[in-house]
Design a protein. Structure first.
Length: 333
């Protein structure tokens, strides 16, 4: 029998975990499951493993940063409650680690070049991508960066290996089914961006619910998730479909804009027109009337993206997640 010391790799192999997980257990770092921690401790005891300085340094040998890259260059982004809640969720997990967060707005060539430089210089351990559009160049940049990548949501052209998303289609379907249950039969929608997975799937959920109810689905205006596009979309719908009695709006920001137009046009909500939004941002509770909406776990999206990325950095193989959505009934429907 060899008298040589056991290695970190042997502990990991016996415990059935990555070497990164072993080093995190040795350093009492967060984000290790009870099951993995106990398996590592048993393997250390069985092998008589004695951590050395090099092994102890593994948990802190990271370059020390992760990137959240958002496919937007809108200066108003930080006033958008959706992104604010995602970033809050990301930061909540980052604060429990030894990592720093870098935020990159990367819809422009300049922003994409910055992300490329960060990844090529190995200045980050991993990257999270958010708000990607169809065939978004950020996907290729991240894939070529040779670091772990987690997507917030999916893109229309591909299903990435590691993503966290919400049940956009099911949530939209539930919203429209609720409108149908109220007896509404002339139901319209203001969609989100149709080059984004979330926008397309909320629209598909709308169409599915109406198809199941045997109702037409031609009352459609396209928006971009902003309040301004909600104003424009609602005005267009009323001009083209004056008989509508309900509207499913693919974001709360757009729904807030739609409510303003309905009030200006003398339509009472929900008596004349019922309204349902999507997201359940703080705005939904303070519109007049308060907005019935689909609750999307936005902050949880940020938290789970970051947890998944930390696990990938540590050599684990987490599975992708689709977070549930739920209808929140308030006064507008």
């Amino acid at each position: 029998m060899s008298n040589r010391p056991s290695t970190l790799e042997e502990v990991a192999r016996l415990a059935g975990v990555s070497t990164g997980t072993v080093s995190r257990v040795i350093n009492n770092a967060p984000h290790v499951s009870k099951k993995s921690r106990e398996a590592v401790q048993r393997a250390i005891e069985e092998l008589g493993y004695v951590p050395n300085t090099a092994a102890r340094s593994l948990a802190t040998a990271r370059r020390g940063a992760v990137v959240l890259a958002i496919s937007s260059d809108d200066p108003a982004l930080f006033a958008n409650q959706f992104f604010a809640e995602v970033i809050a969720g990301v930061n909540a997990v980052i604060e429990e680690t030894d990592l720093q967060l870098m935020l990159v707005l990367a819809a422009s060539e300049r922003g994409r070049s910055r992300l490329t430089r960060i990844l090529q210089s190995r200045a980050a351990d991993g990257v999270m991508l958010l708000a990607l559009r169809e065939n978004d160049p950020l996907s290729k940049i991240a894939d070529e960066g040779q670091v772990p990548v987690v997507h917030g949501g999916r893109s229309l052209d591909r299903t990435p290996p590691h993503y966290v998303d919400a049940d956009n289609r099911g949530g939209a379907r539930q919203a429209v089914e609720y409108l149908v249950s109220l007896g509404r039969q002339r139901i319209a929608t203001i969609t989100g961006q149709t080059d984004q997975h979330a926008g397309v799937n909320r629209y598909l959920g709308f169409r599915e619910a109406l198809a199941l109810a045997g109702l037409p689905d031609h009352r459609v205006a396209h928006g971009d998730f902003s309040e301004a596009s909600g104003v424009e979309g609602m005005a267009r719908l009323l001009d083209e479909h004056a008989d509508l009695d309900a509207v499913f709006v693919a974001s709360d920001a757009m729904a807030a804009g739609a409510l303003k137009v309905l009030r200006q046009r003398g339509r009472s909500v929900p008596e004349d027109v019922a309204v349902v939004g999507f997201n359940d941002i703080v705005t939904a509770q303070h519109t007049h009337p308060a907005l019935t909406t689909v609750r999307q776990p936005i902050e949880a999206l940020g938290r789970e993206m970051t947890r998944m990325l930390v696990r990938l950095i540590d050599g684990e193989k987490p599975t992708s997640l689709i977070l549930p959505t739920e209808l929140v009934v308030r006064e507008s429907a």
